[in-house]
Ligand binder design. Structure first.
Ligand code: SF4
Length: 338
């Protein structure tokens, strides 16, 4: 590993100033992804600015029922929080579907959002990779790409984003709170991660030096139910081949969809919010036929590669099953707490 300097910041201002003043610096939170990448030579920071001492690990309820989850809150603490479990089961389920218990104890909210793709060619410094080294090409496109994207990819990159949590946040209409040298701002979770286009090296809209200080979860609507489903190669400690987060709220008649939110993971460079399917389902009865038609309309945008067309079928079935389960829960009036 390349030698690096280490700074432990006591305040946000200290952290951003250290980041700006020291060349090649990177923020360090749980380190569960960054340190791995440093060992592989993919990341080679000159300085690590540790955020562990910043007061950003809290989870608090805001007036009106929204939740504010601090940027360094541990994934395990968020998953286990009573208000997250009872109001936003999709988020707890997504977090528990990710990594191992040991990693969830170390990984943070901000770090989860900012983790890098697990494309094996990105992690191999001998391979061509436009994300790691812009302009060098994409080794995955004509090689092993069974796990890669079917939606929103470009000729420059076909990687997927590995976060389960980010998919749940996209469906839950969360906002990401950021702090940089120019001050604070918030970005919708649906706009935080980017599609690759011709700049695959940029995973997110984060500006240089900004820190993820919090995730803001809006209050859950009365009667709304949510869940997260994930398909993977083995039962634990594996990234999603396809996943889905869904939120469903029925209207006053208890039959028709008042509001639905659907997001896919494992299919694209960013969580994929299914706007077409949502528009088709809103105002209708979520019968098996209506749900399947809406999900298929969404996935008609897919452009599978040579070896990953199976993901489209997998995602369709996951989404249909998730929405059928939520429709039953909403009609029973008994959301499940994980
Ligand atoms: Fe790199 Fe993206 Fe190609 Fe993977 S898919 S090798 S991350 S450019």
């Amino acid at each position: 590993m390349k030698p690096f300097a280490y700074v432990c910041a006591a305040t946000l201002q200290e952290a951003t100033a250290a980041h700006a003043g020291l060349p090649g610096s990177r923020y360090l939170a749980g380190g569960t992804n960054l340190v791995d990448l440093m060992k592989r030579g993919v990341e080679r920071p000159g300085t690590l600015v540790d955020l562990a001492r910043l007061p950003l690990a809290g989870i608090e309820e805001l007036p009106g029922g929204a939740l504010r989850i601090g940027g360094t809150a541990r994934n395990s603490d968020v998953a286990a929080h009573p208000l997250v479990r009872s109001r936003h089961p999709a988020l707890t389920q997504a977090l528990l579907a990710g990594a191992s218990a040991q990693l969830r104890n170390a990984a943070t909210t901000g770090g989860n959002l900012l983790q890098r793709t697990r494309c094996p060619y990105f992690q191999d410094v001998a391979a061509a990779c436009n994300k790691r080294e812009p302009g060098t090409g994409c080794a995955a496109r004509d090689a092993v790409h069974r796990d890669h994207a079917v939606l929103g990819h470009s000729e420059h990159c076909i990687a997927t984003h590995p976060s389960d949590m980010a998919v749940a946040l996209a469906a839950l209409d969360a906002e990401i709170e950021l702090h940089g040298e120019e001050g604070a701002r918030t970005v919708p979770a649906t706009a935080f991660h980017r599609l690759p286009g011709d700049r695959p090296e940029q995973d997110t809209v984060l500006r240089h030096g900004e820190i993820v200080t919090a995730v803001l979860l809006p209050a859950a609507a009365p009667g709304a139910v949510s869940l997260y489903r994930k398909a993977r190669e083995r039962a634990s400690y594996a990234f999603a081949l396809a996943s889905v987060a869904a939120v469903l709220e029925l209207g006053p008649d208890g039959r028709r969809v008042h509001r639905v939110a659907l997001a896919f993971g494992g299919l694209a460079h960013a969580p994929w919010r299914a706007a077409t399917a949502e528009a088709r389902l809103t105002g209708t009865e979520p019968t098996a036929e209506a749900v399947r038609e809406a999900v298929e309309a969404e996935l008609a945008q897919a452009r599978p590669l040579r070896d990953n067309a199976y993901k489209v079928t997998l995602a369709r079935n996951l989404a249909c099953d998730a929405l059928a389960t939520l429709a039953r829960q909403a009609q029973d009036g008994q959301p499940r707490t994980p």
